[in-house]
Design a protein around this ligand. Structure first.
Ligand code: AMP
Ligand code: ZN
Length: 111
C-alpha cells in the first residue's frame, strides 16, 4: 500500500527507531510512548488489522508474536502487555496490523 506509513517504515522508506527485525516482521519504538517501554511490532506484509493478518498469513502472525515476546524480554522484566487495537472506535489509528508491546518495568530498573 503506497500511502501506508507502516508499509513505508517496514520497507525502509521512512526512518524510525528500529529495535529488531525478522524476515516477516519489524519492531520499532512508538513515536508517542504511553509507557516506559512502548514498542510496535508490525508485519512487513500489509493487512489492515491483526484478525485479517491471522486469516491471511498464519506464519507472519506467529512471527509477529514471537518477535514481540523476544523484544519484551530484552527491554522489560518480561511482564508486559501485548495490545492490538482493532477498529477506529477501539483506538486504531494506523490501519496496518500492529501490536503494542507496553511495559511499566524496563529491564534497567532492575539494577
Ligand atoms: P493504534 O492507535 O493502535 O493504531 O497505534 C498506532 C500507533 O502508531 C500510535 O501509538 C502512534 O503513536 C504510533 N505511530 C504513528 N506514527 C508512527 C511513526 N512514524 N513511528 C512510530 N510510531 C508511530
Ligand atoms: Zn501497510
Amino acid at each position: 500500500m503506497s500511502d501506508c506509513i507502516f508499509c513505508k517504515i517496514a520497507n525502509g522508506e521512512i526512518a524510525t527507531n528500529f529495535v529488531a527485525e525478522t524476515e516477516l516482521s519489524v519492531a520499532f519504538w512508538d513515536i508517542a510512548p504511553q509507557k516506559p517501554v512502548h514498542v510496535l511490532v508490525v508485519p512487513k506484509e500489509h493487512h489492515s488489522n491483526v484478525g485479517e493478518l491471522a486469516f491471511a498469513n498464519q506464519a507472519a502472525l506467529v512471527d509477529l508474536i514471537q518477535l514481540g515476546d523476544k523484544v519484551a524480554s530484552q527491554l522489560s522484566t518480561g511482564s508486559y502487555r501485548f495490545t492490538f487495537n482493532t477498529g477506529a472506535e477501539a483506538g486504531q489509528t494506523v490501519f496496518h496490523a500492529h501490536g503494542h508491546i507496553t511495559s511499566e518495568t524496563p529491564k534497567e530498573q532492575l539494577v
